[in-house]
Design a protein around this ligand. Structure first.
Ligand SMILES: O=C(O)C(=O)C[C@]1(C(=O)O)C=C[C@@H](O)C=C1
Length: 290
């Protein structure tokens, strides 16, 4: 992303031609890209310091949060978000050229669970009895069918994957809702915001907030008031299981302000005074691929 002499190393959810690959190439001009088989592998490699950054999907407009990213980022990681990029998601049904005439004989349709879910109505209408197999990424499904030309399997993925793995697209744009975007985040061990052309002009800060254990009534209202009276605009609030017991939650809160802004400092102090525990994931710019 920055024009430096030393290329940063970036782990991403691979293989080549995954949506995450599109996100990383859109964001980083010069970088050494290191495809990883899973989201935990991406997060572990940046935590271990074997790469400078990792980029992983965080949230999809239709399916919501990506559970693996939430689990590994918010449960115990010490990473920071350095940038986010949102890209449009178009899903296509593709087969090996050898299977192009046998689409009505498919024995399975393979893809990432989010991609299968994004096309659920289409699959229910057109392939009701075909088993759906989950893969680690859409590109992993495409790569598999390119390497197994005799299997009667289709993949769901993007156009780049069809081109890269030499597959035949049998139907385009099969996602149930046309407005489909996914948000990807760049993670590192450092608090920094990656700056290049085309970002939104407002920094965003992501906080993880745990409510005090005494569970007193009105506490969530108090937490929200901390932001409200300071006119701090929240772009997202999501509750996620703490994994300590049924009914125990933490909140992921995105605030459209830099964390070193005096109002943000005041908000964090006040939340701490309310006995909430706060972890900040840093402030970062938003990029959009159009
Ligand atoms: O499988 C991929 O290609 C990915 O990059 C992962 C992922 C996701 O986790 O949501 C990214 C974008 C799409 O929403 C579908 C799948």
């Amino acid at each position: 992303m920055e024009d430096k002499n030393i290329k940063p190393t970036v782990a991403y959810l691979g293989p080549e031609a995954s949506f995450t690959h599109i996100a990383v190439t859109t964001l980083f001009g010069q970088a050494e890209l290191m495809p990883q088989p899973t989201i935990p592998d991406c997060i572990e490699s940046v935590t271990a310091g074997t790469v400078d950054y990792a980029i992983v999907p965080l949230e999809n407009a239709l399916e919501g949060s990506v559970p693996l990213t939430i689990d590994y980022l918010f449960h115990g990681s010490k990473l920071y978000i350095n940038a986010e990029i949102s890209i449009p998601i178009e899903q296509h049904l593709m087969v090996n050229e050898q299977q192009a005439h046998f689409v009505d004989e498919l024995e399975s349709i393979n893809s990432h669970p989010h991609a299968l879910a994004q096309c659920h109505k289409y699959l229910q209408t057109n392939f009701r009895h075909v088993p759906l197999i989950q893969t680690t990424s859409t590109a992993a499904a495409a790569k598999y069918i390119s390497e197994n030309p005799n299997e009667k399997i289709a993949a769901i993925g993007n156009r780049l994957a069809a081109e890269k793995y030499g597959l035949h697209i049998t139907e385009e744009n099969i996602q149930d809702v046309q407005f489909n975007h996914t948000r990807f985040v760049v993670l590192s061990q450092r608090k920094e915001n990656l700056e290049s052309e085309g970002h939104t002009n407002k920094l965003k800060t992501t906080l993880m907030v745990k409510l005090p254990e005494d569970d007193r009534s009105g506490i969530l209202h108090q937490v929200l008031s901390v932001f409200a009276w300071r006119r701090l605009n929240l772009s997202k609030i999501e509750s996620r299981p703490l994994k300590t017991g049924l009914g125990d939650y933490f909140f992921i809160i995105d605030v459209l302000e830099a964390e070193d802004h005096p109002m943000m400092k005041g908000a964090v102090d006040e939340l701490t005074a309310l006995n909430c525990s706060i972890q900040t994931f840093g402030s970062y710019y938003t990029y959009k691929q159009v």
